[in-house]
Each structure stands twice: as structure tokens, then as C-alpha cells.
Design a protein around this ligand. Structure first.
Ligand SMILES: NC(=O)c1ccc[n+]([C@@H]2O[C@H](COP(=O)([O-])OP(=O)(O)OC[C@H]3O[C@@H](n4cnc5c(N)ncnc54)[C@H](O)[C@@H]3O)[C@@H](O)[C@H]2O)c1
Length: 486
């Protein structure tokens, strides 16, 4: 392994009812650095009993927390935002060590956590109800938003803390209590996140952290009668399982799932801007983003020139350990993900794809590095044009018209993000209307969410819920209608 940046071995415990507790049978799993193979630390694997205990404490804490005035709840979030600022560098470094994204990206992610805490602290003041004209004399009718109870947040490894912050802060400001199950790959990042919340002084039981196996922790939470909401971000496959399991208790489930996002490039587009947007959205986070561009759908007359520009930019990217300055592309998260990428690239060439650049592991770096890869001659129904790869692999598909491009764009099971590059107002507006995806970008890559703007996907990319904005309260609250005869 090439880069040996020495660190102390960290330990992650569970956080239940305001206390750090170890796994009772001392069962700890390892967190490994995908850039070096070194041990970053060890983390407690929660037992079923501990999951039940955490839910019981969260349920107990709920009766107080839901009656805590919103400005007071907001004050805890504001305090947390200040404390995250102090631990920003430390948290970002641990994220980079655990899952490989380059340090500037990790720092940016902690920035998102801070912005989310501040945003939700403010948004709490706007948890408005409605008054409705009454149908009878001497009566008023109003509707109020009420919290639901214990919210279980289950998150993936690719955004170790930002996705937790979307869920946890919207749940808390609305008056719910939280049990968080982060992905095992990033359990130590989650631990630091919760240490900050602990220091911010949230009352015991309001926030709980359970690390460990998705099967044990995730399943127990999903089937638990006292868990009222499952807020999940992850793969479509696991999301489907959770939806099935949670149906037994009829709990609310919010699913943010996979994507197969495309950049459409029409022949009138500014190709330099398009190439820049494509490379950034295809290879940032080593392609391991739900909104990563994994298909380019380009009009035939500009295909060669566009591919040339995209390949040139891709070849200039600096691959390496994300803790080293100037690196733009880190390793894949683990060996499984590396093998998945290798398998897809092989399949693509078997199906007729032609590698324009990349297509190999970066063996000399050790770690789980894979070259950013561009594959031409891809047909719309080829495997790499249909399935989510979650790695630095971009398929180029040629078409003869805007209409054909949109048909290809919409021709997958996913519907998270669509981008189009064009100078035409006509086609830009048609794309905004015709793309079946929760996010549409015009003259911008596929991956660029802003605070306060609803985030989520259509079709198999989600089940219709939206995070980040005030629409998150449609997940975290339910309506109560009150009739008063006076
Ligand atoms: N739409 C979005 O907002 C968004 C954002 C980021 C990532 N993602 C998706 O996440 C996926 C990558 O992340 P991942 O590999 O961590 O996803 P994953 O679905 O494998 O795991 C997500 C979480 O679910 C847990 N889990 C796994 N199996 C479980 C089970 N049987 N029961 C309960 N919980 C279980 C995991 O431990 C983890 O915490 C990609 O598909 C990506 O598109 C979506």
C-alpha cells in the first residue's frame, strides 16, 4: 500500500440515552482505510437487545421533547452548528480515511451539515399550520403539524454525515426523537457527529446511535412497533426490502434510492461547459454518488468532439489518497465495490462498448483505486446503461435527435437526476417538463443540490418523499385537524 499516513486507532461505541456504551459481548468490527488498507478504528456492533433499548429510551424522551418549544429545540441545533465548525477538520479527515473521498469534498460535506443545522433551526419557526373556512356558524377549523415519535434514520456510506444531518435535524426540529443507524463503513464519522450533538446538550434519549449490521439493526428498527418513521437513503434493493418489512407495522417510510443519471448534450451546446459539467458529475466522489452522471446522451454530429474534450479533462485528473493535497479522485470504498466496477466494465466491452479512456485498476497506488473510465458505443439497453454501477464509469450513447435523447434518458427504472446542455430555450424547457426525474439541471451537471430545495427522485429512485427543504416535514410530521365550536 502506497500512502502511509499514521493515525491513532479510533474506537466507536453506541450512544444510547445520552451515554456511550460498548457492545455487551465486546463484538467490534473494523473500519479500514480504502486508500491504504490500514485500520482506522473499531466500532461496536449493536445487539437486538440494544436496539430495543435505544428505541425504548427514544420513546420515553419523546414525551418531553415534543413539548419543548421550537425555539428551544432550534437552540440545540444552532449550538451544534457552532460545534461542528470547531471539529470540521477532524471530522472531515476521518471521513476521508473511512471511505476515501478527497479532503476538500469531506470538508464541503461538513459544511453541508452546518448549513442543514442552521437551515432547520430557522425552518422550525415556519412549521405553520392552516386555518380553513368553517362550514358552520360559530366554529373555527385549524390544522396543525404534529411530530410522530421515534424516527429511525438509516443512511449509506457515500455521504457519511450530510445524509444523517438531513434526516436527523428535520426529525428533531419537528419534535421527534431519533435512532440513527449509519453504514458500517463510516461508523467512526457517525460517532464524531454524535459526539457533537452530545456536546450540544440534547437531552438523553433524544438522539441515539446504533452501529452494526444492517440486518440486525436495520431489521429490528423496521419491524419495531414504537418506531413511527423509517427515513432511509441507500440502494433500491435494500429500500425495497425495508418497505416490505415495515409494511407489517404500517409505519411511514421515506426512501431515497439509487440513480442512473444522464447528461443530454444537444448539438448546439457549449461543449466546453458540457465537458466540464460531465466530468465533475461523473467522477466527483469517484462516481459514488446517487446523482453521479453515468450516461452521456449526445447528438451524433458533436459526439466525437465532446468525447475528446471529456477524455482530455478526465486524463488530467489527479488520483490518489484523499488526504494528500491536490488529489481529485480517491479510491472506491472497498474491495467489493472495486470488483463491481471491474465486472461492469468487462460486461460493457463484451456487449460492444469501446473504452475511450481508463478501464483498469491503478495498481501502483495499492488501495482500491480504479481509473476514471469512459466507454463509447454503448446502446441504451446495454447493462452499463441500465444498472447503477456506483463507480467512476461513464457510458456514451449517441442519438439523432432531442426526442431520441429524452426517450433514452427516461428509459431506465430510475428517475433521480437529468441534465441537459443546450442553448435552445425550446429544448431546455421541454427537457424540464419531459424528464421523469426529481431533479433537472439545465446547463449544469447532474449533481449539485442546494439548501432549501426539495431533494429526491421519481420512479425506483424513491417513493415520492423529498428531503432538505421544508417538504421534509411531510416525512417528519403528520396533520391533525381541530374543530372548535365557540
Ligand atoms: N437518493 C439519494 O438521496 C441517495 C444518496 C446517497 C446514496 N444513495 C444510494 O445508496 C447506495 C449506496 O450506498 P450503500 O451501499 O450504503 O447502500 P445500502 O442500501 O447497501 O445500505 C444503506 C444502509 O442500509 C443498511 N442496510 C443494508 N442492508 C440492510 C437490511 N437488510 N436491513 C436494514 N438495513 C440495511 C446499511 O447498513 C446502510 O446503513 C446507492 O444505491 C446510492 O444511489 C441514494
Amino acid at each position: 500500500m502506497s500512502s502511509h499516513i499514521k493515525t491513532e486507532i479510533l474506537q466507536g461505541d453506541l450512544y444510547i440515552n445520552g451515554k456511550w456504551v460498548s457492545a455487551p459481548d465486546q463484538s467490534y468490527f473494523e473500519s479500514l482505510n480504502p486508500a491504504t488498507g490500514e485500520l482506522v478504528g473499531i466500532c461496536a456492533a449493536a445487539t437486538t437487545e440494544q436496539v430495543n433499548e435505544a428505541v425504548a429510551y427514544a420513546n420515553e424522551a419523546y414525551s418531553q421533547w415534543k413539548n419543548t418549544p421550537i425555539p428551544e429545540r432550534a437552540a440545540y441545533l444552532t449550538k451544534a452548528a457552532q460545534l461542528f465548525e470547531i471539529r470540521k477538520e477532524e471530522l472531515a479527515r476521518v471521513m476521508t480515511m473511512e471511505m476515501g473521498k478527497v479532503l476538500p469534498e469531506s470538508l464541503g460535506e461538513v459544511g453541508v451539515v452546518i448549513a442543514t443545522a442552521q437551515y432547520m433551526a430557522g425552518e422550525g419557526r415556519r412549521l405553520f399550520g392552516e386555518t380553513v373556512p368553517a362550514g358552520f356558524p360559530d366554529r373555527n377549523v385549524r390544522m396543525v403539524r404534529e411530530p410522530l415519535g421515534v424516527v429511525a434514520c438509516i443512511t449509506p456510506w457515500n455521504f457519511p454525515v450530510a445524509l444523517g444531518s438531513y434526516k436527523i435535524f428535520s426529525a428533531l426540529i419537528a419534535g421527534n426523537t431519533v435512532v440513527w443507524k449509519p453504514a458500517s463503513e463510516v461508523a467512526l464519522s457517525a460517532k464524531i457527529f454524535v459526539e457533537v450533538l452530545d456536546e450540544a446538550g440534547f437531552p438523553p434519549g433524544v438522539v441515539n446511535l446504533l452501529t452494526g449490521s444492517g440486518r440486525t439493526v436495520g431489521q429490528t428498527l423496521t419491524e419495531h412497533l414504537d418506531v413511527k418513521v423509517i427515513s432511509f437513503t441507500g440502494s433500491t434493493e435494500v429500500g425495497q426490502k425495508l418497505a416490505e418489512m415495515s409494511s407489517k407495522t404500517l409505519k411511514r417510510i421515506s426512501l431515497e434510492l439509487g440513480g442512473k443519471n444522464a447528461v443530454i448534450v444537444l448539438k448546439d451546446a457549449d461543449l466546453d461547459k458540457a465537458a466540464d459539467g460531465i466530468v465533475k458529475s461523473a467522477f466527483t466522489t469517484t462516481g459514488q454518488r446517487c446523482t453521479a452522471a453515468s450516461r452521456v446522451i449526445v447528438e451524433r454530429p458533436v459526439k466525437d468532439l465532446l468525447v475528446q474534450k471529456v477524455v482530455d479533462l478526465t486524463k488530467s485528473m489527479k488520483i490518489g489518497n484523499g488526504l494528500e493535497e491536490g488529489k481529485q479522485l480517491g479510491p472506491l470504498v472497498n474491495e467489493d465495490q472495486l470488483h463491481t466496477v471491474e465486472k461492469y466494465v468487462k460486461k460493457a466491452t463484451e456487449e460492444g462498448g469501446k473504452i475511450a479512456t481508463g478501464g483498469q485498476r491503478v495498481k501502483e497506488l495499492g488501495g482500491y483505486y480504479y481509473e476514471p473510465t469512459i466507454i463509447e458505443n454503448v446502446k441504451p439497453n446495454d447493462t452499463i446503461a441500465q444498472e447503477e454501477i456506483f463507480g467512476p464509469v461513464l457510458a456514451i450513447i449517441e442519438v439523432d435527435s432531442y426526442e431520441a435523447a429524452m426517450e433514452v434518458n427516461n428509459g431506465t427504472i430510475y428517475g433521480l437526476s437529468t441534465s441537459i446542455y443546450t442553448e435552445s430555450l425550446h429544448y431546455a424547457n421541454r427537457a424540464a417538463k419531459e424528464a421523469v426525474s426529481g431533479l433537472v439541471y439545465i446547463n449544469n451537471g447532474t449533481s449539485n443540490a442546494e439548501m432549501g430545495v426539495a431533494f429526491g427522485g421519481m420512479k425506483m429512485s424513491g417513493n415520492g418523499h423529498r428531503e432538505v427543504s421544508h417538504h421534509a416535514f411531510d416525512i417528519m410530521t403528520e396533520w391533525k385537524s381541530i374543530y372548535t365550536n365557540y
